[in-house]
Design a protein around this ligand. Structure first.
Ligand code: NAI
Length: 510
């Protein structure tokens, strides 16, 4: 299948934030673009805004003046939907309302030619439902860009029940020809990104609700240990709590109240208070003039340890002994020990272990370890600048300082959180991978596309499935089982596909 040739006229309906960006992308790719909006003058204003954006690119040397002029010459504001008659591809980006979109496509069908492809940029409405209102639903698909469209590489190509696979392939190839990273998915609530990303916010909110840590602490851990560009709270503040809460509610409702997607009372309260995030001046953080982000306190520790004993295989934390040696700490590795995973570091009588999903209290009791401190998963222990640790409530304080000294010896900040099962990074990554696995199991998208969607659409440092494979699917499943056991909630049930992969010894990625 070939992409649509640049001679194909692209019609964009709705010239708001998304329509404007999409029109720019299509025009930069060489297509003549017709832009229409219900508000008089809005389409012309959007083209003026595109001109300003292109001027900025010229100033930065990212586009030549000739390219800017050629792009602008391809953009035309038109007054009426009927003016889209010559379009071979129509991209709808009007208000997020099923009836409005249905009416619009029904009207468009009578305007465009028989071969024109109709697409919607909806982020939450079923493409199948939108297409149910047209005579030829096979030529209607979702073309879901991310905001801002000129910068974000991901485009979800969404097939409704009736979408012709050949149309989806043409759209896929066209998005790629436009320099985007397209993925294919079936029209299911939240498509890929808005579904698989839910636990990133939800687990952070749960940890705050349980008073395991404060938002600034969790943000710092997810950023500096997890490698995420932003922590969940600063990201929700940026997106806007009204928008983020509405997406969670709509996905929760669309999955018939599945507890995996349960919205948070904390976020609801922020919405009710009008604390919508950056745009309203306050969210989890204060953005009013003069307000400063509270610093995240770093835990202070005792002296650098002289000697550390490594017992067993440290699994994802296997880099630690080498890093400690390089930092001048004597490391003694005991050969015997369990083969996989539950390896530990022992320093001054304190056992320091990577969380396996159980709380320190549970693990200390079950495994008979009196002095136990857990640390959180890091994307890369060499690069992480902060590590979270925890111990059971009531444990002597010097257990924490002793364990923390291991990480401060490596130049890392340490954040102590309460004894929440799975801590922050492991819990978040396990739940992201779990959701991704279910999406694959249900045929929403293939594993490669799910991971691409999460790295290109929300800038995760690693796709959730690739991350799960890196730390071991069995470890992810154990963490989920531990969470399910403690909370007794269906929310933490492990995906059946995850279990199947473990039993079969197969992988999501080859
Ligand atoms: P917006 O509110 O900025 O723009 C919508 C535009 O559509 C307005 O200019 C409005 O005048 C126009 N409009 C409304 N009804 C119309 C009609 N019947 N005919 C022609 N024009 C009409 O909204 P935004 O943010 O650009 O969203 C548009 C679509 O893109 C929605 O479906 C939304 O869910 C989706 N989307 C939004 C993203 C975002 O981050 N804002 C991201 C991805 C998708």
């Amino acid at each position: 299948m070939l992409p649509l040739p640049p001679t194909t006229i692209v019609g964009v309906v709705g010239s708001g934030a998304m329509g404007q960006g999409i029109a720019q992308v299509a025009a930069q790719a060489g297509h003549p673009v017709l832009l229409v909006d219900a508000r008089p003058g809005a389409a012309a204003a959007a083209i003026a805004a595109i001109a300003t954006a292109l001027n900025g690119l010229v100033d930065k040397g990212k586009c030549t003046a000739a390219e800017r002029d050629a792009t602008l010459a391809r953009l035309t504001a038109v007054d009426a939907l009927a003016d889209l008659a010559p379009a071979g591809l129509v991209i709808e980006a009007v208000v997020e309302d099923l009836e409005v979109k249905r009416r619009l496509f029904a009207e468009l069908e009578g305007i465009v030619g028989p071969d024109a492809i109709l697409t919607t940029n909806t982020s939450s409405i079923s493409v199948t439902a939108i297409a149910a209102g047209v005579a030829r639903p096979e030529r209607l698909a979702g073309l879901h860009f991310f905001n801002p469209a000129p910068l974000m590489a991901l485009v979800e190509i969404v097939s409704g029940l009736a979408t012709d696979p050949a149309i989806a392939t043409t759209l896929f190839d066209t998005a790629r020809a436009w320099g985007k990273s397209p993925v294919r998915c079936r029209s299911t609530p939240g498509f890929i990104v808005n579904r698989v990303a839910r636990p990133f916010y939800a687990e952070g909110l749960r940890l705050v609700q349980e008073q395991a840590a404060d938002p600034a602490g969790i943000d710092a851990i997810l950023r500096e240990s997890g490698g995420f560009r932003m922590g969940p709270f600063e990201l929700m503040d940026l997106i806007g709590h009204d928008v983020n809460f509405a997406v969670t509610r709509s996905v929760h409702a669309a999955y018939f109240g599945d507890p995996r997607f349960q919205p948070s009372l904390i976020q609801q309260e922020l919405v009710e208070a009008g604390r919508l995030g950056r745009k309203s001046g306050r969210g989890f953080y204060d953005y009013r003039p003069g307000a400063e982000r509270p610093p995240v306190p770093a835990f202070t520790t005792g002296a650098q340890p002289d000697r550390v004993v490594v017992r067993g295989d440290l699994g994802p934390a296997a880099a630690l002994p080498g890093l400690l040696r390089a930092a001048g700490v004597a490391v003694e590795e005991e050969a015997e020990g369990q083969a996989d995973g539950p390896g530990v570091l022992v320093v001054d009588g304190v056992t320091v272990a990577l969380t396996d999903g159980r709380s320190a209290g549970q693990r200390a009791a079950e495994d008979g370890i009196a002095a136990l401190v857990l640390f959180d998963l890091a994307l890369d222990y060499a690069k992480a600048t902060r590590i979270a640790i925890t111990t059971r409530n009531g444990a002597p304080y010097d257990h924490l300082t002793t364990a923390a000294s291991l990480f401060t010896a490596l130049g890392k900040a340490v954040t102590v959180i309460d004894d929440a099962p799975g801590m922050a990074v492991l819990r978040t990554v396990a739940m992201l991978a779990n959701e991704a696995a279910d999406a694959v199991m249900q045929g929403v998208a293939c594993a490669a596309d799910v991971d691409t969607a999460m790295t290109k659409g929300v800038n995760y440092p690693l796709g959730p499935l690739a991350w799960a494979e890196r730390i071991g699917l069995a470890r992810v499943c154990r963490a989920l089982d531990a969470l399910a056991h403690v909370y007794g909630e269906d929310r933490y049930r492990a995906s059946a596909l995850l279990r199947r992969k473990i039993w079969e010894g197969t992988r999501f990625h080859d």
